[in-house]
Ligand binder design. Structure first.
Ligand code: BGN
Length: 284
C-alpha cells in the first residue's frame, strides 16, 4: 500500500548511497550575476530547511559539509550567491549547511578569524557534527558540477580556475578563494591564524600550516575547478602580512583555534542560510 511505501522511503537505512560524482553528462552550469531580492530566492527553494540546511531526500549522503562564508558589507552578493549555490549543492547530493559569518565592529576585516568562528559555531549547530568544511568567498560561483563540494584525503584548493584571472592559477601554492578541509585536517593545523587584519596572506598562512604537518594540496583539473567572480571594490592590503608569514611554521600551534576569542552577537536561522554575527575585535 501507499502507507507502506512512504514508510520505507522515510527509513534512512533503506536509502541507497548518494553518488560520489555527478554522473553522466552534467558538467558546466550557467551563472546569473543579476542582482535579485532574497525574498524572491527564498520562494525558489522551499525544500531547503531552516538555517540553509539540506539533506538529500532520496539517498544517504556521503558528505556532511559546512559551507563557511566570511562576510561584511556584501549584501548585494548574498542573494546571488545563495541562488546559485543551493541548486548546485542539491544537484551534487551532499548534505550541507550554509553559514554566513559576519564581522561586527569597525576593525579591519579579518577573513581567517571569521572562518575560525564559523568552524566552531557551525559545529554546535549540527547533531553529530560536520565532517567537511568548505571555506568560501561570497564572490565566487562554481561553474562545473563535477567540482564536488566534498573533502578528499588531502586538503583541496577548489577555486583554481577563476574567470577574473583568465582561468589561470595565479601561483602554484595559492589556497585562497574556496578551499575544503576535513575536520581532522583543520584541527591538526590549529585552524587559521587569527592575526591577519586586512587583505591578503591568511590563505598562504594556511598553506604553510598544512605543508608543515605533511599534507599536500589537491586540486581538480582546470577545466573543472572553474569559477565566476562577482565584481567588487579592491580592498587595501595588510602591510604586516609578510612579517606574519615568515613566522607561521614556527608559531602556528600558538595562533589559531587554540587561542580564538570572540563574542557571538547573534545567530539567526534564516531560510537559506545561518547568519552568525560575531564581534572578533581584540580585547583592548
Ligand atoms: C596573493 C595573496 C593571497 C591572495 C592571492 C590572490 C599575499 C601574501 C604575500 C605574498 N597573498 O598575493 O592572500 O589570495 O594573492 O588574490 O598577499
Amino acid at each position: 500500500s501507499t502507507t507502506e511505501n512512504s514508510d520505507i522511503k522515510r527509513n534512512e537505512t533503506e536509502l541507497p548511497m548518494c553518488f560520489d560524482e555527478v554522473p553522466g553528462d552534467f558538467g558546466p552550469v550557467p551563472v546569473n550575476k543579476t542582482e535579485v531580492e532574497l525574498d524572491w530566492v527564498e520562494k525558489l527553494y522551499p525544500e531547503i530547511q531552516l538555517g540553509g540546511m539540506y539533506t538529500p531526500p532520496n539517498c544517504t549522503a556521503r558528505h556532511k559539509v559546512a559551507i563557511i562564508i566570511p562576510f561584511r558589507d556584501r549584501q548585494q552578493h548574498l542573494a546571488v550567491f545563495l541562488r546559485h549555490m543551493h541548486p548546485f549543492l542539491m544537484m551534487q547530493q551532499v548534505e550541507y549547511g550554509i553559514f554566513v559569518v559576519e564581522q561586527a565592529g569597525n576593525s579591519e576585516f579579518n577573513r581567517a578569524k571569521l572562518m575560525n568562528v564559523g568552524f566552531v559555531e557551525s559545529q554546535k549547530l549540527k547533531a553529530g557534527g560536520w565532517q567537511c568544511f568548505i571555506f568560501h568567498d561570497i564572490d565566487l560561483l562554481p561553474l562545473d558540477l563535477r567540482n564536488m563540494y566534498s573533502c578528499p584525503r588531502q586538503p583541496r584548493h577548489m577555486s583554481a580556475s577563476i574567470d577574473k584571472f583568465h582561468f589561470k592559477l595565479p601561483y602554484e601554492d595559492i589556497f585562497g578563494g574556496v578551499s575544503a578541509m576535513t575536520l581532522e585536517q583543520f584541527t591538526k593545523v590549529n585552524g587559521f591564524s587569527n592575526k591577519y587584519w586586512g587583505w591578503g596572506g591568511e590563505d598562504d598562512d594556511m598553506f604553510y600550516r598544512l605543508k608543515k604537518v605533511g599534507y599536500h594540496i589537491a586540486r581538480y583539473k582546470m577545466s573543472i575547478a572553474r569559477y565566476a567572480m562577482l565584481d567588487h571594490k579592491k580592498s587595501t592590503a595588510n602591510p604586516k602580512r609578510y612579517q606574519l608569514l615568515s613566522q607561521t611554521s614556527k608559531v602556528f600551534q600558538k595562533d589559531g583555534l587554540s587561542t580564538l576569542q570572540y563574542q557571538v552577537v547573534k545567530v539567526t536561522l534564516n531560510h537559506l542560510y545561518t547568519h552568525i554575527l560575531a564581534n572578533i575585535d581584540e580585547p583592548s
